[in-house]
Design a protein. Structure first.
Length: 425
């Protein structure tokens, strides 16, 4: 299959990835493009011109999402949307988000040049924000399109320097009525192609993954209060040691997660002791708990069992416990029909693939509750992402573009009237 991929797509993709990565390039070879900052603005405007060069009609919406449209001949109300996000984390890689936008541009433009206008409208989108790297929110782009967020949500949020989201948006020329409102009710389906950001595909020697679900996430902060005391004069049986209680809880949660064998993952990423001094028994300890799975029932059961263990352990040790659940994002099941079409196309093309669940959040989870949505992964070398070392081989990236072309052809050019047969090869 790799040998069959046209060299011209490879070259075009390579050049566009390097070109876009230059906007916000860091000293370490990474990319920093934060929502509405200067490099973000340059990238979105440069993408607009690039889309126009490639034959798209372009426009922004009022929050800065950029669209490149190839109008369909059937003038249907709803069109196909494909793309990903233009923002990055601080010193991130050049593929996360960017690849999904560029792959969509190349796939759509090539279909247009080869077959003319599609029957159904195809729009490429460069979403303004997904990562949550500048302001304490994420999915600002897809959230505004789907009605999850509204412009007034911007007033109460500020970045590290104290600048409000509203001021940053206005500074970039958005949110002042220059462009149409972001909310859309004319999207038939959303397609997103993305790097995996994990190692499942590479280890399994697969090139392509249609994603069935995006996991749900629950996050807790667990605060323990015992008694702070002298490390030398307090006998072991008279202690109310918050760090020891936390250690029992953490090791139990991680061990239990390891025994699940159903894809559930649990992480304690932050732990703070007080007073955090070598010769004092800690009176207080606080730790985070992050639990993810793609089924609510599994999340419910695991959370209940582990939190019950924590309460019991605290009671036995004479320690007060406070459990604060501050995030509860439900899992999202992506569209079954698109998934089946995707699997069939990969099988017919002889591409090594596997169905996957996404453990990371993506714009597709926002669209997934709004319209039929498909998310697809290509491999990430060593599973590294959100880092300048993020890398996917050009052959694999190009196969992704090829698969996206097949999907778009099926959806926009060769629908049911051809008995579902794909003419594009
Ligand atoms: Zn991403």
């Amino acid at each position: 299959m790799i040998d069959q991929v046209p060299t011209t797509i490879k070259n075009e993709l390579h050049d566009l990835i390097e070109w876009l990565a230059a906007f916000g390039k860091t000293g370490h070879g990474g990319v920093t493009r934060l929502l509405y900052d200067t490099d973000w603005q340059k990238a979105q405007h440069a993408l607009k011109y690039k889309m126009e060069e490639m034959g798209f009609n372009t426009r922004f919406d009022d929050v800065g999402n950029l669209f490149g449209c190839i109008r369909g001949t059937e003038n249907e109300e709803k069109g196909i949307l494909t793309g990903s996000h233009v923002d990055t984390v601080v010193d991130g890689g050049k593929y996360d988000g960017a690849y999904g936008i560029l792959a969509s541009m190349i796939a759509t433009a090539r279909l247009f040049h080869q077959y003319g206008a599609p029957r159904k409208t195809i729009e490429v989108v460069s979403l303004c924000e997904e990562e949550g790297s500048r302001f304490p929110l994420s999915f600002w782009g897809s959230g505004n399109i789907t009605g999850k967020y509204h412009a007034q949500d911007a007033t109460r949020l500020a970045d590290h320097s104290g600048m409000s989201l509203t001021d940053a948006m206005h500074g970039a020329g958005f949110g002042i009525g220059n462009y149409p409102d972001a909310f859309r009710n004319d999207i038939a389906c959303f397609l997103e192609i993305h790097i995996e950001q994990g190692r499942t595909l590479e280890l399994g020697k697969k090139t392509w993954a249609p994603v069935s679900h995006i996991v749900g996430q629950r996050r807790y902060t667990i605060s323990l209060t015992g008694e702070s005391n002298h490390a030398g004069t307090t006998p072991m049986n008279q202690r109310r040691d918050a760090v020891y209680a936390a250690a029992l809880m953490v090791s139990h949660v991680i061990k239990m997660a390891g025994e699940q064998q159903n894809g559930l993952v649990a992480t304690v990423g932050r732990i703070e002791a007080d007073p955090n001094v070598a010769n004092v028994i800690s009176g207080k300890c606080r730790f985070s708990l992050d639990i993810r799975h793609h089924e609510v029932s599994v999340l419910d059961r695991f959370s209940e069992e582990t939190l019950a263990f924590c309460k019991e352990t605290a009671d036995k040790a004479g320690i007060q416990i406070q459990i604060n659940k501050w995030m509860d994002v439900p899992p999202v099941k992506l569209d079954q029909k698109l998934m089946e079409m995707n699997l069939k196309l990969a099988e017919d093309a002889g591409i090594p693939f596997r169905k996957m669940v996404s453990g990371a959040g993506h714009d597709s989870q926002v669209f997934g509750t709004f319209c039929p949505t498909a998310l697809m992964f290509v491999p990430s070398h060593l599973g590294v992402s959100h880092s300048p070392a993020e890398y996917t081989g050009l052959d694999e990236l190009t196969i992704g573009v090829h698969m996206l072309m097949k999907m778009l052809y099926h959806l926009a050019y060769a629908p049911e009237k051809n008995n579902g047969k794909c003419e594009y090869e």
